[in-house]
Ligand binder design. Structure first.
Ligand code: GLU
Ligand code: MG
Length: 458
């Protein structure tokens, strides 16, 4: 960040602050997501936006070491109380918050006091991975599905806010005003909602949004979640994006859709690879599939995540891929006949609502790029629930169960050189240290206790 950039940012922030005043905004929430998947915030009054844009807002690097219970682990490259970072709000994403009158929001990039990008800034990393892909001639689009559960406020227990059946119209009737307010707020914020529906679990709902640039997609999922939470508050409801709100039943996924284009044409369709994939589309997908066990340290970052990631719960607990197979961790979505050129994409189903979306973007793109570098080949597709096969049949089809614990995922992540290179020594070490600290935090606890400690954190 040099002087010229600071001056340009200050100028833009000045006009932005005038625009915010027209919307009666008094403060701007500047957020980043920590490595435990929790959105943290600092705010400035609108009058200070100009200085925040130019000089950043002070924030300790110790946040890199936060666990989900706000305890601070002592990591190899995180956890020291010494030092300071600068949070620079991204003015391109400045949004008036529709469900929090008087507030606007912007996601932050984190810089050092020297004006360099902080080596553990997940948002900057997501951007640099997107740029790396662009350097290889490919434009990525991504979208996060947001699943959540609504419970009654006033208790730490989970009391579902509706009693209608899964996908039932009854639920929409019960939560009609709330659901309308969710859609109204997201529209006012410029979020391109594709669909909203009651999900399978008790009190569970879902919003899906249009695909966009990967960093924008991660920003959007933060905005959607905090908007949903804020709307819930006004209806006396409590919102959870936690992987599990009860030890039984299905959890909250954080499925991610990825598509790639070269020279404007999708590499996910129209070619002679399996189901029309191009060679590079297949290699990208194979790179992701091969690294899923390691990527779980990013996408399923809590001990509770592994209570969700179980067979026959639509969470994709097996490392395999298939066309429209909702029990495969990687689902190829080809779209309806005739729509493939814009609709074809790869959906990673195993990740959950506790994941930092910026790390998910960075990790997936790094894994896909590694697959392309290696000209990786996809194993045969799977068209059944892998849980319905015996061990021998699964082995014949190269279907492996994904890690069943955070310890296993952290070990696999630590052993993956491509991910370590992409994330950098410091961030990769911090992720491993944090996951092991989470395991220690939850050691000896029952599933009910783990769920209770995790339920209202994300
Ligand atoms: N809630 C499921 C999960 O944990 C996903 C349901 C669906 O396929 O949308 O990922
Ligand atoms: Mg869903």
């Amino acid at each position: 960040m040099d002087e010229q950039q600071r001056t340009a940012r200050a100028g833009r922030a000045h006009s932005a602050a005038e625009r915010l005043a027209g919307h009666d905004v008094v403060g701007v929430a500047v957020t980043w997501v920590d490595n435990s998947g929790i959105t943290r915030v600092k705010t400035v009054p609108s009058a200070k936006l100009e200085s925040a844009a130019a000089w950043g807002i002070g924030a300790s690097p110790v946040f890199d070491a936060f666990l989900l219970d706000d305890s601070i682990m002592s990591g190899r490259y995180a956890g020291s109380p010494v030092g300071d970072l600068r949070l620079h709000p991204d003015l391109d994403r400045l949004t008036v918050l529709a469900a929090q009158p008087g507030w606007a929001w912007a996601p932050a990039d984190r810089y050092t006091q020297d004006g360099a990008v902080h080596p553990q800034c997940a948002r900057s990393l997501a951007r640099s991975m997107t740029d790396r892909l662009r350097g290889a001639g490919l434009e990525a689009s991504m979208a996060f599905e947001v699943e959540w559960t609504v419970g009654r406020a006033g208790t730490d227990e989970f009391v579902p806010a509706c009693s209608g059946p899964a996908y039932g119209m009854t639920r929409l009737v019960e939560l009609s005003a709330y659901s309308r307010d969710v859609l109204t707020a997201l529209a006012a914020e410029g979020v391109a909602v594709d669909q909203f529906h009651p999900e399978y679990g008790a009190g569970q709902l879902e919003v899906s949004v249009a695909a966009e640039d990967p960093v924008a997609a991660a920003d959007t999922t933060v905005l959607v979640r905090e908007t949903v939470r804020a709307v819930g508050m006004t209806h006396g409801l409590r919102t959870s994006f936690s992987p599990k709100v009860t030890a039984e039943g299905v959890g909250n996924g954080g499925h991610v859709h990825v598509s790639l284009r070269r020279d404007g044409s999708s590499v996910m369709t129209g070619a002679d690879g399996p189901f029309g994939l191009t060679q590079e589309g297949a290699s990208f997908t194979a790179g992701v599939l091969a690294r899923l066990p390691a990527l779980l340290a990013i996408g399923c970052p809590t001990t509770a995540s592994y209570l969700r990631l179980i067979p026959s719960h639509w969470a994709g607990a097996f490392a395999c891929w298939g066309r429209e197979n909702r029990e495969a961790a990687v689902r190829l979505v080809t779209g309806a006949v005739g729509s493939g050129s814009w609709a074809a994409n790869v959906e990673v189903k195993c990740f959950d609502g506790a994941a930092n979306p910026y790390l998910v973007v960075a990790g997936l793109l790094a894994a896909g790029l590694a697959g392309m570098d290696e000209s990786a080949e996809l194993p045969p597709p799977v068209d059944v629930d892998p849980a319905s096969l015996d061990d021998d049949s699964r082995a014949e089809r190269s279907i492996a169960p994904l890690p069943t614990s955070l310890t296993e995922a952290a070990d696999r992540f630590e052993a993956d050189p491509a991910l370590a290179e992409a994330l950098g020594v410091e961030l990769a070490a911090t992720i491993v240290d944090l996951r092991r600290a989470d395991v220690a935090l939850m050691a000896g606890k029952s599933p009910d206790e783990i769920v209770a400690l995790t339920r209202w954190k994300h």
